[in-house]
Design a protein. Structure first.
Length: 431
C-alpha cells in the first residue's frame, strides 16, 4: 500500500533585511481566464509569461477534459500551447471544477461556442461563499436558459442576443463570463457596472486579438459587438500581464523585514492605491519602466484601509496588510467589504502573538514590536503567503502547515524570498 507524502510546510525565521531583485510571474487571475477564452475558437494558441502554478495545471486539466491539447513549450518554461479542436465537449466535470473557483469562467465561452454548457458548481479557497447568481442572471438576459440543478450550472441557447446587462456588483467572474458569451451574441451587448480590474483589460485585449469587437476596456461600461456566432473568431498569441498580488506579497515581505528590493515586472499603475497606502505606512516606492523599486527603512506606521473593487485596495491584498500592521507602530483598522469570511488567518496570527480583534467586517490591529514564531496553518493561498510574510517579523521559527495551498498561486514563493536574503525554507511535517 502506497504511503501518503507528509504534508508540506514552510518554515520561516526573521533575519537580516531583504535586498536584491525578484521577478514577478504572470497573473494567475488573468491566465486562467485567457485559457478559458481559447474555447471560443478552433486553432492553436500560445500564451507567454504563464506561471507554473497548480491552478494553471488544473485549468489545463479542465481544457483537456473538454477535448483540448495543452502542453508546456519545451524550450520556454513560461510558454503554454493550447490546441482547440473543431468540436469540444461542453461539460466541465465536478472532479476538476470543485478544486478551484476560477473554473466557472468556462461557462460563458462553452455556451457561446456550443449553444450549451454544463459546469459543476466551483470549489476553491474556503473564505466565504461567492454565489453564481449574477452569472446566471446575466446570461439569462442574453437569451440563455440557465438553471442550477443537481450541483451543476446547466445552460442552453439557440441564439444569444445582445442586450444591456447591469451588474448589481462589479463581479470579476460575472463580467468575464458575460464578456466571453457576448462575443457570440447577435447584436450589441452593453455590460454596465462591469469590473475594471487589469485582468479584465487583459482578457479584452486577448479577445480583440482573436477578432472580437470590444470598446470600453478598463472602464465600468463594456460594449461588445457580437456577430451571432464564434466562427469568425480565430486563435491568437498573447503575453499575460504580471501578477499584482504576487508583487504585493514581496512588497509586504519587505515592509516587515525592511531593506531595499526591486520587484521586476511589477506594474505600478496596476497597484497605485496599494502603493499609496504602503507609502503612508513609511515605505518609499518608485514606479519604473520595468518594475517597482521599494525601500523600507524602519518599523512601519499603522494605517486604516478598506477593501473595494478595483481600483480600490483588492481583497487579496488584505492578508498582507494585516500581517504588516501586526508589527507596525500604532493601531490600524482593516475593513473587508467583499468577502465576509476572509479573516480566518487572523486566529493564526494571534497564535504568533498578534494583537488583533475582529468584529464582523472589521479587524482592529494593534501593532507589537515583534511577533513570536509558532506553528500555524494556511487556510488558503493568500493566508499561507501572509503567514510567511508575518514570520519574517517573528522571534523564533514560524512553521506553516498546509502550505500546499501556496503553490496554487505562487510559482516559487520560498525560493524568491530566499534570493532576497530571507531565512525561509520548505519542509515536510512528521507523520
Amino acid at each position: 500500500m502506497a504511503v501518503e507524502p507528509a504534508p508540506e510546510q514552510i518554515i520561516v525565521s526573521s533575519g537580516s533585511p531583504l535586498e536584491g531583485t525578484v521577478r514577478v510571474t504572470g497573473a494567475k487571475n488573468s491566465v486562467l481566464k485567457l485559457m478559458a477564452a481559447t474555447l471560443l475558437a478552433e486553432g492553436s494558441y500560445r500564451l507567454s509569461n504563464v506561471p507554473r502554478i497548480v491552478d494553471v495545471n488544473l485549468m489545463a486539466e479542465l481544457l483537456r477534459a473538454v477535448g483540448c491539447r495543452v502542453q508546456w513549450d519545451t524550450n520556454h518554461t513560461a510558454e503554454l500551447h493550447i490546441d482547440v479542436p473543431a468540436e469540444i465537449t461542453p461539460v466541465a466535470p465536478y472532479n476538476i471544477v470543485e478544486r478551484f473557483r476560477a473554473s466557472v469562467v468556462v461557462l460563458g465561452p462553452m455556451l457561446a461556442r456550443c449553444g450549451e454548457a454544463t459546469v459543476a458548481l466551483p470549489g476553491g479557497d474556503d473564505f466565504g461563499p461567492r454565489p453564481v447568481d449574477m452569472h446566471v442572471r446575466g446570461l439569462t438576459e442574453l437569451g440563455a436558459q440557465v438553471e442550477v440543478v443537481h450541483g451543476n450550472i446547466e445552460a442552453f441557447t439557440e441564439q444569444l442576443l445582445g442586450g444591456r446587462v447591469v451588474l448589481e456588483f462589479p463581479s470579476v467572474g460575472a463580467t468575464e463570463n458575460l464578456l466571453m458569451a457576448a462575443v457570440a451574441a447577435k447584436g450589441i451587448t452593453v455590460i454596465d457596472n462591469a469590473a475594471r480590474e487589469p485582468e479584465i483589460f487583459d482578457l479584452c485585449c486577448f479577445l480583440q486579438s482573436m477578432g472580437a469587437v470590444i470598446s470600453g476596456a478598463g472602464t465600468s461600461t463594456l460594449m461588445i459587438e457580437g456577430a451571432g456566432t464564434t466562427q469568425w473568431l480565430q486563435a491568437a498569441d498573447h503575453t499575460v500581464i504580471p501578477d499584482r498580488i504576487v508583487a504585493a506579497t514581496y512588497l509586504a515581505a519587505l515592509g516587515v523585514a525592511s531593506g531595499e528590493v526591486f520587484v521586476e515586472g511589477a506594474r505600478y499603475d496596476h497597484m497605485e492605491l496599494l502603493c499609496a497606502k504602503l507609502a503612508e505606512m513609511g515605505m518609499i516606492l518608485t514606479g519604473e519602466a520595468d518594475g517597482i523599486r521599494a525601500i523600507s527603512p524602519r518599523r512601519l506606521d499603522s494605517v486604516d484601509c478598506s477593501t473595494l473593487p478595483y481600483p480600490g485596495v483588492a481583497t487579496d491584498y488584505k492578508p498582507f496588510l494585516v500581517a504588516m500592521l501586526a508589527t507596525a507602530s500604532g493601531v490600524g483598522i482593516v475593513t473587508e467589504n467583499l468577502f465576509p469570511g476572509r479573516f480566518r488567518y487572523v486566529d493564526e496570527l494571534r497564535r504568533m502573538g498578534a494583537d488583533i480583534r475582529t468584529d464582523a467586517h472589521h479587524a482592529v490591529v494593534r501593532g507589537v514590536e515583534r511577533l513570536s514564531g509558532a506553528p500555524v496553518r494556511a487556510h488558503d493561498i493568500r493566508a499561507g503567503a501572509a503567514l510567511t510574510v508575518a514570520g519574517l517579523g517573528a522571534e523564533g521559527p514560524t512553521i506553516i502547515t498546509d502550505a500546499h495551498h501556496v503553490r496554487r498561486g505562487y510559482e516559487n514563493l520560498v525560493g524568491d524570498l530566499e534570493s532576497l536574503g530571507a531565512d525561509v525554507r520548505t519542509g515536510q511535517a512528521s507523520t
